[in-house]
Write a protein that binds this ligand. Sequence first.
Ligand SMILES: C[S@@+](CC[C@H](N)C(=O)[O-])C[C@H]1O[C@@H](n2cnc3c(N)ncnc32)[C@H](O)[C@@H]1O
Length: 381
Amino acid sequence: MKFLNEEELKKVIEKKKLSSYSDEILNQLNEVIKQNLNLILKSYKNKEKLAKSNSEKDSIPFLDAYPDYNLSQLPSWVRENINEAIVVGSSKKVVQINDGRKYHLDNSLNDLSGQEWTFFTCSVINTRYPTQGKEGYAHHIRKVHPSPKPPQLTKEIISFFTKENEWVLDYFMGVGGTLLGASLCNRRAIGIDLNGFYIEKYKEAAKALNLDLQHTIQGDAIEILANKQSLISDILKGEKVSLVLIDPPYGDMMSRKKTGEAIKKKQDSSATPFTDSPKDLGNMEAADFYKNLKNSVQNSLKFLKKGGHVVIFIKDIQPKGKQLNLLHADLIYLINEIDELYYLGTKIWADHSVNLFPYGYPFSYVSNQIHQYILIFKKKT
Ligand SMILES: C[S@@+](CC[C@H](N)C(=O)[O-])C[C@H]1O[C@@H](n2cnc3c(N)ncnc32)[C@H](O)[C@@H]1O
């Protein structure tokens, strides 16, 4: 079975001067479509099944079922469609709007529909975010940083762990991947970075994207969280953050004897130093890095509401001899030692926009690490 309009595709291939591979490319595309088609068909079958189980006779208009409901508690996408919304299912706790999206009235974590919630809980997220044009989210400004996080990705994370207008704290903000993501989904955020130049670049990016400017503080996050907490609490004015989302710096610390020895490794885009300051976690040897990171998380809990989440990006360092360098595993154990937190799981982010290099070729296996770990912890209620 052929799914593609061959003529048009051949023109695209011709333009790329790959005509001699035309048949192979078309066959591969057909295969991809076939495989994905099955998945898509399956998801629609499920959708149909669900729709049937919530048959019309069980449903009542939301405003009839809950005439006195405080509508401000509902996500904006439900509120905006409330006149046509219905309550479905036997629990009478699920409200469905006219495009089929459903929201559970007991959802105390986020504003997502049931389907979006389930989608996010997949343990792997594959992306190929563009770095140019509108979809690049001002990457041309943010690329002064060696490892800026895509705002589209942080938006997904923030949208899962917060509700609209809630607070997010990122005390290693860099050029503001988290802060931009927060603005994209209408959350409030506070960012801290040692390097004022990165903060300025974040502001430039936010302006270029016409996004609300979030709060920023320049300084040593370790010191601020331990001894200058009013810098943060003055912004929060008695409120708490719902999410601490951090992307800590680290260098080739496993092999480093003392601080300040960091050397940028060309093959690793997350290499540090981000600054030449000894306060930069990326310039610390392993023991100090772990100690400071753990203390910072512990101290950030003062600002995190009960039941709030701490989410940490981390990437492993390549193994060296018998040295495993499994930073993600080390961090899970370390952060789990904090009494008030418990570990919920890990999401793996596979970034397919990363170029592959023939590391090790032709002698040995060296992994092209295109994935990072997103570690998820929850504060006890
Ligand atoms: C991996 S980067 C974060 C990148 C960020 N997620 C983004 O989207 O741009 C880590 C950042 O932590 C900052 N940093 C390192 N040590 C710090 C410290 N002690 N206090 C505050 N910021 C620090 C570095 O300057 C760097 O920008």
